[in-house]
Design a protein around this ligand. Structure first.
Ligand code: GLC
Length: 420
């Protein structure tokens, strides 16, 4: 075992708060939704029981309507804003009121595959939680049945301040009823974080939805930000495939058919978002009705969930190679050279281990193993050089943001063993 593997496991152990893992100490002191799904896949490689625990603790935060929130506040902490008093939700354990990319069922299948026969009941309970959540996505976030699910807050994308949201967020007022008391810039340099104005808009949305008592139908009507999003829908579809697999494994045929119908709908809808002139997929702004053409990593995420025609896959990969040319660490979350590109600012350029993980899976699925290997190699060496940073400056390779980051440790473990 190399030192880096030991170090990755040590980080996951240090960030353990009792069966769940915080993304990193202080900056993110609670349980985050998609972070935990990646972490569970990391644990599945050496501690299956702990992998199940991670998902079970996340599922404790599930709402009666099926939504699994983006943060579960298992215990208080004063190092993070916005905390429970800003969210004002009413669901047993305090949670945030929005969700995050549904990696959960992807993780569940991996954990189940790593477990022995005796774990069937444990998988089944989590399968039912995942099924409820997928139903919620299609009912609450795609009430018109388009196959693309919508986000009502940029944080739901996991790519908080991506340039993909700039135009839609410009319409969101900067007024808030909650005072904005940022804590993040006490932990990490402000140049690496979203701006104050972004934060006021983020909180304006929270205030608006808290005012709807977090009722999905009311939020849908009042949302000043509503984006049918390609990265989230691609993750939902891949998770849906894994969920359907589990349903069939358990002989739950009717549910398997229901999930297969969701999957077919989303598959068709995502394909409809391919733009040949851009060689990538695009999201749609449901308030303006326009395509979101901002050049971000999200445009390539559908490779994860689709088997593309060879010509389409190679066009996408040629474009990915153009974005990556000359960079020390791919894959950039914004196309280099654009005005919106900032190599150190969070989701506006930096490379992230977990995004690379998803892209690598997608490239392999589509027969693009060579580029997948390049990406895997550059991700592993960035981590070996700089440590388990939250993300990396693609030009210098510098590790940025928080350190000792759980999902970077999980990505390292996963990629080191070669991926799936
Ligand atoms: C930030 C990221 C989000 C992540 C969270 C915890 O909000 O944008 O994707 O889940 O931090 O790591």
């Amino acid at each position: 075992m190399t030192d880096h593997i030991q170090e990755a496991r040590r980080i996951l152990a240090v960030n353990d708060r009792g069966g769940y893992t915080v993304p990193t100490d202080r900056l993110y002191p609670f349980q985050w939704n998609w972070d935990s799904a990646f972490v569970a896949m990391g644990f599945a490689l050496y501690d299956v029981d702990r992998a199940y625990r991670e998902l079970e603790r996340l599922a404790e935060g599930q709402w009666a309507d099926g939504m699994i929130p983006h943060i579960v506040f298992h215990q208080p902490s004063d190092t993070y804003f916005p905390g429970p008093s800003v969210w004002r939700t009413k669901h047993g354990i305090p949670t945030s009121g929005i969700t995050q990319p549904p990696v959960f069922a992807i993780a569940l299948r991996q954990v189940h595959d790593a477990a022995d026969e005796g774990a069937r009941e444990r998988t089944l309970a989590l399968y039912l939680a995942a099924l409820k959540w997928h139903r919620w996505w299609y009912a609450a976030r795609d009430p018109e049945g388009t196959g693309l699910v919508a986000l009502l807050h940029p944080w739901e994308s996991g790519s908080d301040n991506s340039p993909a949201w700039d135009a839609a967020m410009a319409r969101v007022p900067t007024t808030t009823t909650t005072p904005v008391v940022r804590k993040d810039i006490g932990h990490v340099h402000a140049d690496m974080r979203p701006r104050d104005e972004d934060y006021r808009r983020f909180i304006h949305l929270v205030d608006t939805y808290a005012d709807c008592d977090w009722n999905p139908a009311e939020q849908w009507v009042r949302a000043p930000f509503k984006v049918a999003e390609i990265q989230t829908t691609a993750i939902l579809l891949k998770a849906g495939e894994d969920l359907e697999h589990l349903a069939r494994l358990f002989g739950r045929t009717e549910e398997a058919e229901e999930i297969a119908a969701f999957n077919a709908l989303s598959r068709k809808a995502i394909l409809g978002q391919w733009r040949p002139a851009l060689s990538r997929f695009v999201s749609r702004d449901l308030v303006s009705g326009a395509d979101i053409e901002a050049a971000t990593q999200a445009g390539f995420l559908p490779l994860l969930a689709l088997d593309l025609e060879a010509a389409m896959a190679s066009a996408a990969v040629a474009e990915m190679r153009r974005w990556s040319a000359g960079l020390k660490v791919a894959f950039p979350t914004t196309k280099p050279g654009l005005a919106a590109y900032e190599p150190k600012r969070y989701w506006r350029g930096p490379a992230w281990g977990i995004i690379n993980w998803l892209l690598i899976e997608g490239l392999r699925r589509n027969g693009e193993g060579a580029f997948a290997e390049e990406l895997r190699g550059s991700t592993l060496s960035a981590i070996e050089r700089e440590g388990f940073a939250e993300y990396f400056d693609p030009e210098t390779g510098e590790g940025c943001g928080g350190l000792g980051f759980s999902w970077t440790a999980a990505a390292y473990l996963w990629l080191k063993r070669g991926g799936r």
